[in-house]
Design a protein around this ligand. Structure first.
Ligand SMILES: [Zn+2]
Length: 260
């Protein structure tokens, strides 16, 4: 999909003069360094063209325009109002990447991530996901639900479900891939398809071997214990292995050569 430049901030309605990073600059820098990404440090960026076909583009640095949303929030909202959300996410991904023991634990303890201020910071983290989803919806010219804006302003319901999971195959090959970062495809059900009166959205973010699924009003058959809820000190981690044994051996051979 080709994005045109929106004019107004989807949070406050004022002139939009900044574009949030779709792939967080600080996360890229944390994993791959400040750049430029050239030579031995070159990075490939998989993207989709207007017809949904994958293509490859070099990523020159962590501030490249190709990993930013179009300008759809104002500098006040981006740099002041939502900055605590960004900081909470920074602390969160660093903790997850540096504390591999969470895989054996099977859960994330927010007090360990944020310290004694975890209740406050946990909410900021939640709002970071709201901010990112809102930017993506607006960039796709999809309506941002009022509850996302209200929740960012501290008055909305927590209708976004967030789940964290561990991709064990990525974990296995993480030393080779050095931590893939990206976002999944956005899916949505318009209000005409689903019997709800509002659109439903599904999206995901991933970094290293961590997957974060975001569901806004998405019809789901079962709720489980893996949803991140404000006020709960911990959340369970779902672990999954997308590759079967044969595929895993193939990947192993491609990376390390010879027999596994
Ligand atoms: Zn604004």
């Amino acid at each position: 999909m080709k994005w045109s430049e929106p004019l107004n901030c989807w949070i406050c309605g004022k002139h939009a003069d900044t574009g949030e990073h779709k792939i967080k600059k600080s996360l890229l820098t944390y994993i791959y360094g400040k750049g430029p990404y050239k030579g031995d440090n070159s990075l490939s960026h998989f993207r989709k063209d207007e017809n949904g076909r994958d293509f490859l583009k070099e990523l020159q640095g962590p501030n490249a325009k190709q990993i930013k949303f179009p300008k759809n929030i104002c500098s006040q909202c981006n740099n002041v109002k939502t900055q605590p959300f960004d900081f909470a996410y920074d602390a969160f991904y660093k903790y997850l990447i540096e504390n591999k023991s969470i895989i054996d634990d099977g859960f994330i303890d927010f007090e360990k991530v944020f310290g004694s201020n975890w209740r406050f910071e946990q909410e900021n983290l939640y709002k970071y996901f709201l901010k990112l989803l809102g930017c993506d919806l607006d960039a796709h010219h999809l309506p941002v639900p009022d509850d996302i804006v209200n929740c960012i302003n501290g008055i909305g319901d927590y209708r976004l479900e967030v789940e964290f999971s561990i991709n064990l195959d990525k974990y296995l090959f993480d030393p080779y891939f050095k931590g893939l970062i990206g976002t999944g495809d956005l899916s949505y059900l318009s209000k005409d398809i689903y019997s709800n009166d509002k659109n439903s959205y599904k999206w995901s973010i991933f970094f290293s071997y961590i997957n974060i699924d975001l569901w806004f009003d998405w019809p789901r058959y079962s709720k489980n214990n893996f949803s991140f809820r404000i006020g709960n000190k911990s959340v369970d981690l779902f672990c999954f292995s997308p590759l079967d044994n044969e595929q895993r051996i193939e990947v192993y051979k491609k990376i390390y050569g010879g027999c596994s």
